[in-house]
Design a protein around this ligand. Structure first.
Ligand SMILES: *[C@@H]1O[C@H](CO)[C@@H](O)[C@H](O)[C@H]1NC(C)=O
Ligand SMILES: *[C@@H]1O[C@H](CO)[C@@H](O)[C@H](O)[C@H]1NC(C)=O
Ligand SMILES: *[C@@H]1O[C@H](CO)[C@@H](O)[C@H](O)[C@H]1NC(C)=O
Length: 508
């Protein structure tokens, strides 16, 4: 009985300190806002609204960062009264350094007047290395703490996560009482991961020892089930959700539908009951695809006519790119149509050119293996490897090639394929993933490229392209370019944001 009283007292004390802390943070927020407006020397401070972007790795210079900076540039253009806040863990860089890197890397001009960085000190808590075991759980708890730090430095008027830290949503909604939204590149956990543990299949996050032992597997299943429950609950806190591809949409949509009645019922008798009660008025039923913008300005200038009979692959020499399949496909076309092997290079002879980066010893060994395979297939004289090509050298190949080849299975996106199309190179890709569903899709009811699955079908697609009558060849290249440039343009990106309805969540 005494023990129970002590426990109740401790719980009460813990809740009391949390609520006191929350109250203090909320009270101080007006000062935080004022300090930022003073620092930016903002005219008309009372008109300003704060939109916070949670992007702890904002200085990384990858595809996710292009999305972030393009979105902020859009806000600066369309919503001049908004102050964009970036929650960043890049404490080793200054605002000026980050902005000049954005300019150099993406050629995006941002105005420093309506942009402010809130630097976070606990980013190490979301790093893989901080959590060698239970990585998902550890990182998620870490992100909750990081969001707490962020909110204690500034509560924005609208919070947008652009890096996939959905577990921050509860903190922001509870502590900040402001709407949240997200642009999701990749689901933290997917329903098929759960299915795989359930059916005990081996997979990379599911090591052999675990899939062969029943008890461990049950434990892991429970872990994933709990995790999925909280992840789905977190995502449902969002007022609007955007995703970068149809692949991600399928996953996010199925997670939004995920329910677990048993866990729901259990929550009614714990202090976490608020998880059930705290729901925004309108949870989106599904996520909206907003394609990330690609910079295709350079390639879209290449001439469409006078292409060499070059089949071009642009891909790092990583195993999943499946370069061996490219050699087999090329071997198949030379076997079925030996005339493609005759003549001079640069003239009637067809060549396969593999442009790609080799990052380390494994990649280098893979390249050696591919060279050996080309010899073994008797096609080595027609195959050229271009390792670690510079960007201008790659552009040069894009301006000359006829066909762009990609053999990766279930690729989520494939920016190289967008680049092929913008450059006027006809894509021939594996019939799966982003290349099938998002990129090489009909435009105006007409095809923009080819899909294949086996060496023979790839070979047929090559043959089709190589024998197109000139006017059809030109029309296809033109169509592929128009589609890619338009579909992955900044304007289309902006339209997607507009249609996501995010503006409704700004305070009026
Ligand atoms: C979406 O994001 C994931 C994870 O960063 C990435 O692998 C994929 O290529 C992206 N898709 C698009 C369309 O950019
Ligand atoms: C390619 O670049 C990597 C590092 O970026 C380097 O280690 C490798 O040796 C280079 N390979 C060649 C063939 O130039
Ligand atoms: C998006 O909305 C803003 C504000 O209403 C408008 O100025 C802009 O032109 C829109 N952009 C597109 C591409 O529709």
């Amino acid at each position: 009985m005494n023990l129970l009283a002590v426990a109740a007292g401790l719980v009460w004390l813990a809740l009391y300190s949390v609520f006191t802390a929350i109250r203090r943070i909320r009270l101080e927020n007006a000062n935080h806002k004022r300090a930022i407006l003073d620092e930016l020397k903002t005219p008309d401070p009372h008109k300003r609204k704060f939109v916070g972007f949670f992007h702890p790795y904002c200085n990384a210079g990858g595809g996710g960062e292009r999305v972030l900076w393009t979105a902020i540039a859009m806000l600066q253009r369309d919503e001049p009264e908004v102050i964009s806040i970036v929650y960043s863990g890049d404490t080793d860089a200054t605002k000026e350094q980050i902005l000049s890197k954005v300019k150099a890397r993406f050629d995006i001009d941002l105005s420093p007047q309506t942009l402010h960085f809130v630097f976070l000190n606990s980013r190490h808590l979301v790093e893989d290395s901080a959590w060698p075991r239970f990585t998902l759980l550890g990182q998620s708890l870490g992100s909750i703490y990081l969001a707490w730090e962020a909110m204690s430095k500034l509560i924005p008027d609208l919070f947008i996560d652009t890096m996939g830290y959905a577990f921050t949503f509860h903190v922001v909604r509870l502590l900040g009482q402001v709407p949240v939204g997200a642009y999701v590149h990749y689901p933290t956990i997917s329903t098929d991961m759960l299915e795989r543990v359930r059916s005990r299949k081996k997979w990379h996050t599911n090591s052999n020892a675990i899939s062969s032992s029943g008890v461990l597997s049950k434990g892991k299943l429970l872990y994933y089930r709990l995790f999925m429950y909280y992840y789905a609950n977190s995502l449902r806190q969002a007022s609007f959700l955007m995703v970068n591809s149809s692949w991600t949409k399928n996953h996010v949509d199925s997670i939004l539908q995920y329910t677990d009645p048993l866990l729901d019922a259990l929550h009614l008798c714990t202090p976490l009951v608020f998880l059930r009660l705290l729901r925004p008025s309108q949870t989106p039923k599904s996520a909206r695809i907003v394609c990330p913008p690609c910079d295709t300005r350079e390639m879209a200038k290449f001439p469409l006519e006078g292409r060499e009979r070059v089949i071009l692959s642009v891909a790092q020499f990583r195993p999943e790119k499946d370069h061996a399949a490219q050699l087999h496909a090329f071997h198949s076309v030379l076997t079925s149509y030996p005339e493609y092997g005759n003549g001079n290079p640069g003239d009637s002879q067809v060549r396969l050119v593999l442009v790609g980066g080799s990052r380390n010893a494994e990649d280098a060994a893979r390249v050696e293996g591919l060279r050996a395979l080309a010899k073994e297939l008797g096609i080595a004289d027609h195959v050229e490897f271009v390792i670690n090509a510079s960007f201008p050298a790659m552009l040069n190949w894009l301006s000359r090639a006829s066909i762009g080849l990609s053999t990766m299975v279930d690729e989520h996106f494939g920016i190289n394929i967008v680049e092929f199309m913008a450059a006027g190179v006809i894509p021939v890709t594996h019939a799966s993933g982003g290349p099938l569903n998002d990129i090489v899709v009909p435009f105006d009811g007409k095809p923009t490229g080819y899909h294949a699955t086996s060496p023979e079908t790839f070979a047929e697609a090559f043959h089709n392209v190589l024998t197109l009558p000139p006017e059809e060849d030109l029309a296809l290249r033109e169509r592929a370019r128009t589609w890619a440039v338009q579909r992955f343009s900044e304007e289309e990106f902006e339209k997607g944001w507009n249609e996501s309805g995010w503006r409704r969540w700004l305070p009026s």
